[in-house]
Design a protein around this ligand. Structure first.
Ligand code: NOJ
Length: 526
């Protein structure tokens, strides 16, 4: 049977910024329930909730202190069950964020691990002895937050590994007890009706047993995005990680319907990303595609990224397309420079390529990044001393309507991150405007739902004039996007203009030639 997520449009809810139901300035699970009607109206088939588990929030949920509960700031376990049930009634499945690479340093496992050399969880983490008189780390591995990936634990007199913050000690995935513990965590949530997981940093969890030095990074994209001069050859991406993914896939496939594993494959090489689908049916079902996300919104670059992705995936695998996330600037800003015409083209691209689209909250209204003043920065990577840029600009509250509180929280309450202000970029205004980005997004999702070829049909790129990206889906659907300023004409297109960034043109017949203004896109159906 065709898996549900191939036909669905997925949507990433960054819980703390989606909707605040209790007036504390922080979004919560009840807030998500209260806005499920928006997601159902939009046509979303599955939501991924950013981390929901109890956390001291050194890295906003990506430092988990208990894998079987809900963070009190977001709600309760019962509240999450309610959310899953309410969403299910609307045909929306719920994915959680699983963080297996590391725990919080306050997780009972780590507290126990550092308590004594003979404690039960000592070997659940990666330890090394400081070297020489200087107490140097055993290798050159770097943390994403900057500096060495090793921190000295005074009580232990040893160093522990953390690929991220010192508050996020890495688990030792060579330890079979760690593997067993996560099997049970997966089952705990699957048994509760969770439809799957977005797996944090899925390619990084197994480390080199010999702790060998990483070589210099040659990939320019890797260096510019991570700011790291070293390739993660030994501190991540080890071949043995595939054993773990296969093990999880067996568990996921044991459920009815099979649960979804969507991996954050933070890789800059498409072939390496593709490898995380295993044989096409035994590892991740969906994988984050960074080279696509970081391609400029330009015809040549996108054609290249799409072609390389499709060519690299093993038979049976299925692509995932997204343009925004909580870790990088939003597509409206990064791809589109805030230009609504470009945002429309970007959304049409994501929603009509062969594969599963993943939207980030606010993409549907063309929400751009917000400038967060230094005294409001909450991202640890944006705090003084960090080598990285703050990610807060892409994490600011959803704007449900204009006016105080933005429909996110009560008027007068200070949200945990400041609101952005882009006139007309809120859900209520755009719902009232049939010509809005929001309506275009919804209509594209509806067209996708109503047109089997847009969901299941094959995809072939078509010859097109410079600046234009055009492709066919199945036998009867043509998509053409003019990703440039100059008008262009695409030949060989027949049918009815079913959906266009210029809504006035919809319903018109196309006979052979499709003319497009700069930054105009259209879907033509025979
Ligand atoms: C990737 C997540 O997306 C990011 O937000 C987080 O900081 C790191 N993994 C560490 O968990």
């Amino acid at each position: 049977m065709r898996p549900w997520w191939r036909d669905a449009v997925l949507y990433h809810v960054y819980c703390r910024s989606f909707a605040d139901s209790d007036g504390d300035g922080v979004g919560d699970l009840r807030g998500v329930v209260d806005h499920l009607d928006h997601l159902a109206w939009l046509g979303i088939g599955g939501i991924w909730l950013s981390p929901t588990m109890p956390s001291p929030n050194a890295d906003w949920g990506y430092d988990v202190a208990d894998y079987r509960d809900v963070d009190p700031a977001l709600g309760t376990l019962d509240g999450l069950d309610d959310l899953v049930a309410e969403a299910g009634r609307l045909g929306i499945r719920v994915l959680l964020d699983l963080v297996p690479n590391h725990t919080s340093d306050r997780h009972p496992w780590f507290l126990d691990a550092r308590s004594s050399p003979t404690s039960a969880h000592r070997d659940w983490y990666v330890w090394a002895d400081p070297e020489g008189e200087t107490g140097a780390p055993p290798n050159n591995w770097l943390s994403f937050a900057g500096g060495s990936a090793w921190t000295r634990d005074e009580a232990a007199g040893r160093l522990y590994l953390h690929n991220y913050l010192a508050e996020q000690p890495d688990l030792d995935w060579w330890n079979p007890e760690v593997r067993d513990a996560f099997d049970e965590i997966l089952r705990f949530w699957f048994d509760r009706g969770i439809a799957g997981f977005r797996i944090d940093t899925a390619n990084r969890i197994v480390k080199d047993r010999l702790l060998r030095d990483n070589p210099p990074a040659r990939d320019a994209l890797h260096r510019s995005v991570t700011g790291m001069p070293l390739e993660q050859r030994y501190s991540a991406n080890r071949p043995e990680v595939h054993e773990v993914l296969r093990r999880w896939r067996r568990i996921a496939d044991g459920y009815d319907p099979p649960r979804l594993l969507l991996g954050e494959t933070f890789l800059f090489d498409i072939a390496a990303m593709a490898g995380y689908h295993g044989n096409g049916d035994d590892e991740l079902q969906l994988a984050l595609n960074l080279p696509f996300m970081f391609s400029p919104l330009a015809a040549d670059a996108m054609r290249d990224a799409v072609t390389r992705t499709v060519d690299a995936l093993p038979d049976g695998a299925w692509p995932l397309w997204n343009g925004s996330s909580h870790d990088v600037p939003r597509l409206a800003t990064r791809w589109c420079g805030g230009d609504p015409a470009r945002v429309r083209c970007a959304l049409l691209l994501l929603l009509t390529l062969r594969g599963t689209p993943l939207l980030y909250y606010g993409d549907e209204i063309g929400m751009g990044d917000t400038t967060v003043p230094p005294d409001r920065v909450r991202d640890p990577l944006g705090l003084p001393g960090s080598a990285r840029a703050s990610r807060d600009g892409a994490r600011t509250p959803m704007r449900w309507r204009a006016g105080p509180g933005a429909g996110f929280t009560a008027a007068g309450v200070e949200p945990w991150l400041p609101f952005g202000s882009e006139p007309g970029v809120d859900v209520a205004s755009q719902r009232d405007d049939r010509g809005s980005v929001l309506h275009l997004c919804r209509d594209a999702i509806r067209l996708r739902a109503a047109t089997p070829e847009l969901r299941e049909g094959g995809m072939s790129l078509l010859p097109a004039p410079p600046g234009v990206l055009a492709w066919r889906r199945g036998d009867s659907v043509t998509v053409a996007l003019n990703l440039g300023d100059r008008p262009a004409t695409v030949g060989g297109v027949e049918g009815t203009l079913a959906l266009g960034t210029d809504r006035e043109r919809e319903g018109a017949a196309v006979r052979g030639e499709l003319g497009l203004r700069g930054w105009e896109g259209a879907v033509v159906v025979v």
